[in-house]
Design a protein around this ligand. Structure first.
Ligand code: GAL
Length: 699
């Protein structure tokens, strides 16, 4: 079953913490939410100490009153299970529920997310509060859905308590069966690490030089992910049994968690918390950082999980914690831009974080829609405008799907292995960003596609081009699937350091790129990392194929290639900047109806531009629109008519201006902006700073 949000309208909501405010304010708050045009309110996800003030004593009265009022004002309620914030009595009485750092030091009460998923006591107490809540609220007429916990693996995503070591052993027994198989998979003969009893096996602990067994390190992350998933499953099962009418989701995308599996196993759809200002606070490198536009890349990952999804927390003010993460205030227009950025990528429900800025606590500088003074302001007015626009445009947008012919392929194994293994880890980010940026700036919408054992040829064949930048761990079956994709007419791009590890993270003794070698039509003959001064061997492209004399960098890693296929052509050779001079660096191999391009380096913006030309990748709106690079284009389309009288599904072209200056676009046909009703005639048009449009072209 598809794990997507199914909504007939695009709607807005807000996160609210009744426990932070005098009860006398609630009514006014809910009334004004409705006046602004908000339809959803999320509550209760940090309220455990209120709902179970003493062990086994339950009191839902505060939330009963808040939910009743919210419902009276016509708001749909999303309830959070409160397990991200265990009460003080709990961790004090049961310190075994606390998470522990790799060095053995325990987290303590005083913030949040300090628990471990594997503590049997924590599971027992979590199950009980979730059960009580679910039974208590199951028939509440205002409640529509549940959020499990809050942001699994946010802030902390490593777990080394005694309970985790014990659970890891059980996980390994289930995976490997025998210690012999475990010793073989982890290569423990190296440095006498061989285990002779299960009790000797642990998650990473303090070892000299911070250099644990790399195969253990990889399994450890798979285990962390499975730990979240089994803990979440326990909660989901309870909620579903008690409240079958309600949907179940969770929010966020965090480390060491296979959110695709989590969603497929138990959720109705995934939700994401979008704070685009982090893109400005921590910009990606390079000449033209994407800044807040980079969140479109993350939203593409969210979309790979649920094609239509919920934004459970949309940034609505300047961010800052008690003493850190300082962010400027969103400029006039930016909240609207970011809201439509989410919608342009597939969100059909957007919930703002939060109604009013807290006056105390860790997040008193994480600003919500209202400041402490609680007066209407330019941010609330902006949200009111969005709600008004969606009142006329929401139904036309809801349920439509983002369209893309290109996908960047990723997988969790390589992401987790690459976190530890510097011989390939960082290249993934560099190459993905280079491809994403250039596709973005040339208005070619792209998807993220997560490869796993369930991925089918049908899923791959939807795309004209797949870019799998550096799949170091490569299963034989995945290589076969990629081969079928290319034979059927696909274009596959692969970069250096591919295919040389198996699933355990052990290196293969066959020539690189291992099982991908026949498809790529090359073997790797020699390789080197960048020099200590940061320089990497340069190469030039074949003039016949590219019409350029420019020199390109291998950008961190360089492999010389031997051509092994009669159908392969060399597209680029090393230049005299290194001893690799004259050897192939870039090779294209034709097989069946398609081709594979193998690059023995790390992709740069400049090389990506050349490859995009060679692949003839063009914008789907090239005929209708001429856009400057600063504008993002996304297309959401319905596959069938949604309104009477329509002949085919509506196609909506979202245009997003991330710049603080106005930009000129050119239309080659007339169009209407669904959001404002504005008509555009053929010719030039000005987009204001931070503009967002949803254009429908005249037939
Ligand atoms: C999210 C979290 C919220 C709040 C927000 C702003 O990650 O889910 O509870 O902390 O960030 O900091």
């Amino acid at each position: 079953m598809e794990k997507a949000l199914h909504s007939r309208n695009v709607l807005l909501g807000v996160c609210y913490y009744p426990e932070h405010w005098p009860e006398t304010m609630w009514e006014d708050d809910f009334r004004r939410m409705k006046e602004l045009g908000l339809e959803y309110v999320r509550m209760a996800e940090f309220g455990w100490a209120l709902m179970e003030p003493e062990e086994g004593v339950f009191d839902f009265s505060l939330f009963d009153r808040a939910f009743a009022l919210a419902h009276r004002h016509g708001l749909n309620i999303i309830v959070g299970t409160p397990t991200a914030t265990p009460p003080a009595w709990l961790t004090h009485r049961y310190p075994e529920t606390l998470n522990v750092l790799a060095n053995g030091i325990s987290y303590e009460h005083g913030s949040r997310r300090h628990y471990t998923y594997n503590s049997p006591k924590y599971r027992e107490l979590s199950a009980r509060i979730v059960q009580r809540m679910a039974e208590h609220f199951a028939d509440h007429p205002g409640i529509v859905g549940w959020q499990l916990d809050n942001e699994f693996n946010c802030e902390v995503y490593e777990f080394y308590s005694a309970a985790d070591h014990a659970a890891f052993r059980e996980w390994l027994k289930a995976k490997y069966g025998t210690l012999d198989a475990l010793n073989e998979a982890w290569g423990t003969v190296f440095w006498s690490q061989t285990y002779t009893a299960w009790e000797q096996v642990h998650l990473t602990r303090n070892v000299p030089s911070d250099s644990p067994n790399p195969h253990l390190k990889l399994d450890e992350k798979r285990f962390f992910s499975d730990s979240v998933i089994s803990y979440a499953q326990m909660q989901a099962d309870i909620v579903r049994a008690a409240a079958p009418r309600h949907w179940v989701t969770t929010n966020g995308l965090f480390g060491h968690l296979d959110t695709h599996q989590l969603t497929n196993d138990m959720l109705d759809f995934i939700s994401y918390d979008s704070y685009p200002m982090f893109g400005r606070t921590f910009p990606d490198g390079g000449e033209q950082p994407l800044l807040d536009r980079r969140y479109s890349m993350t939203l593409s990952t969210v979309r790979s999980i649920s094609p239509n999804f919920c934004i459970m927390e949309q940034q609505s003010g300047p961010g800052g914690w008690v003493n850190r993460i300082e962010q400027p205030s969103p400029k006039p227009g930016q909240l609207r831009l970011w809201t439509y950025q989410s919608i342009a990528h597939g969100a059909d429900l957007v919930v703002y974080f939060r109604w009013r800025t807290a006056t105390f606590g860790t997040e008193m500088y994480w600003h919500g829609l209202h400041n402490w003074d609680n007066r209407p302001n330019r941010r609330t007015r902006e949200v009111q405008r969005i709600a008004e626009e969606l009142r006329s445009a929401g139904q036309a947008i809801a349920g439509s799907r983002y369209e893309a012919d290109v996908a960047i392929v990723r997988d969790y194994d390589n992401e987790w292995d690459g976190e530890f293994d510097k011989w390939h880890g960082g290249y993934e980010w560099t190459s993905t960003l280079a491809w994403y940026k250039r596709l973005q700036r040339r208005h070619i919408p792209s998807d993220m596609l997560f490869m796993n054992e369930q991925t089918t040829l049908e899923q791959l064949s939807r795309y004209h081009t797949l870019i799998y930048p550096h799949p170091t761990i490569m299963r034989e079956e995945t290589a076969k699937l990629l081969e079928a994709y290319v034979l059927g007419g696909g274009n596959l791009i692969i970069g250096c350091r591919s295919g040389y590890k198996d699933e355990t993270g052990r290196c293969r003794m066959t020539p690189m790129p291992g099982p991908l070698a026949p498809l790529c039509g090359v073997t790797v003959e020699d390789f080197t990392r960048e020099e200590p001064d940061g320089s990497s061997p340069g190469f030039t492209l074949s003039e016949d194929a590219f019409h350029t004399f420019a020199s390109f960098s291998t950008n961190g890693f360089a492999e010389t290639l031997a051509v092994t296929s009669p159908d392969a052509i060399v597209l680029g050779r090393y230049d005299s900047s290194s001893y690799m001079n004259g050897e192939p660096a870039l090779v294209e191999n034709r097989s069946g109806e398609g081709r594979t391009i193998y690059f023995g380096g790390v992709f740069s913006d400049a090389l990506v531009d050349q490859l995009m030309d060679r692949l003839e990748l063009t914008s789907p709106a090239a005929g209708q629109l001429e856009l400057p690079e600063s504008i993002e284009l996304t297309v959401r389309a319905h596959d069938k008519p949604i309104f009477e009288g329509q002949e085919s599904g509506l196609r909506i072209h979202f245009l997003l201006n991330y710049n603080g200056s106005s930009e000129t676009i050119k239309l080659n046909c007339a169009a209407t902006d669904l959001l404002t009703g504005q008509r555009f005639v053929k010719g030039a048009a000005e987009l204001e700073p931070y503009a967002a449009l949803a254009l429908v072209f005249d037939e």
